[in-house]
Design a protein around this ligand. Sequence first.
Ligand code: NAI
Length: 272
Amino acid sequence: MPNLLAGKVGIISGALNEKSIAWKVAQKAHAEGARFVLTNAPLAMRMGEINALAEECNAPIIAADATSVEDLEKLFSGAQEQLGGKIDFVLHSIGMSPNIRKGKHYGELNYDWFQKTLDISALSLHKMLHVAEKQDALNEWGSVVALSYIAAQRAFLDYTDMSQAKAVLESIARSYGQRLGKQKKVRVNTVSQSPTKTTAGAGISGFDAFYDYADKLSPLGNAPAEACADYCISLFSDLTRYVTMQNLMHDGGFSTTGISEEMVEVLTKASS
Ligand code: NAI
């Protein structure tokens, strides 16, 4: 169904390079008729890759560090100005853990960095929605989607403090979903995505192994970034207006599978 987002305007964060999930969301939102502002941290902008996407999608760029309320205020007011009205959809596609970057295992986390992880990867959603509410920046029946990972519910030690960040992120989505739903009929959801080969994904130690493990366990295989983008588009569209406060699994069936033939085969080979 083409033009699912015709007439809608939005904010898309987190497109760092072609591999980013947000990059695919932007391309698909553009193809479905949306207009939007692209945003990323000033540091990420320096890479410059976002300019190609902005050109392709005819989208203005507004730099904002998602941990800074001041930057987010400028982002939301600037987006409304550039797009000529209130916002219909927001993609939160932001995650970073200094502990993961520096290779710290779960038993030796640096607590200042832990707080940074939480601030960047979880509180940033709260700050965004706080600013959106204060500016009354969202249209009725708007939609907010943030990307999460199943380490919020299950222990994946190599995901270290990002596990806690995702748990907080999902909880914020529920609380703001209740608040904004009542106020403005705005829905807020998280999409819990399969492991995906992006810059953030590849930074996690043992990523290739748990990518393969998830792929072998999921009856549909790991969900690719493009399919995640499709799901986000459906959540921004009017076809999902009563879906809110949910953590939606987009994982090829991983989260509800016990064991698969492929895993039995691997383990049988290993033990023989
Ligand atoms: P990515 O590395 O392309 O995107 C992460 C983005 O966060 C980057 O664009 C980065 O510049 C941005 N960012 C970091 N600090 C920021 C700050 N202070 N202010 C504003 N932006 C900031 O990687 P990917 O995988 O596309 O990540 C997007 C989201 O998807 C993240 O929330 C990630 O945790 C989530 N996710 C990723 C999975 C994976 O396996 N790659 C699996 C499940 C969820």
